[in-house]
Ligand binder design. Structure first.
Ligand SMILES: O=P(O)(O)OC[C@H]1O[C@H](OP(=O)(O)OP(=O)(O)O)[C@H](O)[C@@H]1O
Ligand SMILES: Nc1ncnc2[nH]cnc12
Length: 189
């Protein structure tokens, strides 16, 4: 059963003792999501990175990989906690990325295709290495699938997938190391 906060359009989330009330936003004509936006939220980002680092303690990995934009602070904080470097898959190509690899994604929040780019220098840094894919939320899995596809192209081995939250069909994400699960909110017409 889904519990929203009483008398408000928010959903309660507790990450490692840090409580937030996520606002519900309509992303499709018949669907709303509880939006997790860690940008600017140092306390929540730190709590999540600390907890995820603990959950990943037994996993052997060399590099953290995330996708622009909202999960960048999480990757940075996990890098500090774990002592591993992190790289960011970008959504816009810049000439300084050189011979970048690319693939398409369609996240639940965006509703139109986005391209993810792996910078040539990052490609060299992860080739043959064990990577942990990290995101703030795994929902439809489109972003995760694009990250996975880039790792295959770059010949990196995926050692773990971690997120603050999974969303939607929990059973689909049993292999994701996650701290909480978010429901989806169907809207009646
Ligand atoms: O499982 P999915 O349906 O792919 O959704 C998950 C992705 O959606 C969000 O990113 P978003 O596309 O909103 O981009 P942003 O972080 O740049 O805002 C989130 O940060 C994940 O990366
Ligand atoms: N609930 C959510 N909050 C923020 N970004 C998301 N991407 C997919 N689901 C999301």
């Amino acid at each position: 059963m889904t519990h929203t906060d009483s008398h408000s359009s928010t959903y309660p989330l507790n990450i490692n003792g840090v409580q937030r009330h996520l606002p519900l936003f309509k992303v499709q004509s018949d669907l709303a999501i509880a939006v997790l936006n860690i940008l600017g939220d140092t306390e929540l980002t730190e709590a999540a990175a600390h907890a995820l680092n603990g959950r990943m303690a037994g996993i052997s990995y060399d590099v953290i990989v995330t996708a622009e934009a909202k999960s960048i602070p999480l990757a940075y904080a996990l890098s500090v906690h774990s002592g591993r470097p992190y790289i960011v898959l970008r959504k816009n190509y810049k000439s300084y990325m050189g011979e970048a690899l690319s693939t398409e994604t369609l996240s639940i929040t965006t509703g139109k295709p986005q391209t993810l780019y792996l910078d040539a220098k990052d490609r060299a840094a992860i080739g043959g290495r064990r990577v942990a894919l990290v995101d703030d939320v795994v929902s439809t899995g489109s972003t995760l699938a694009a990250m996975r596809a880039l790792m295959v192209q770059a010949e990196a081995e995926i050692a773990a997938v971690a997120a603050i939250c999974t969303e939607g069909d929990m059973a689909q994400w049993s292999e994701v190391i996650a701290l909480a699960h978010l429901p989806l909110f169907p809207l009646s017409a």
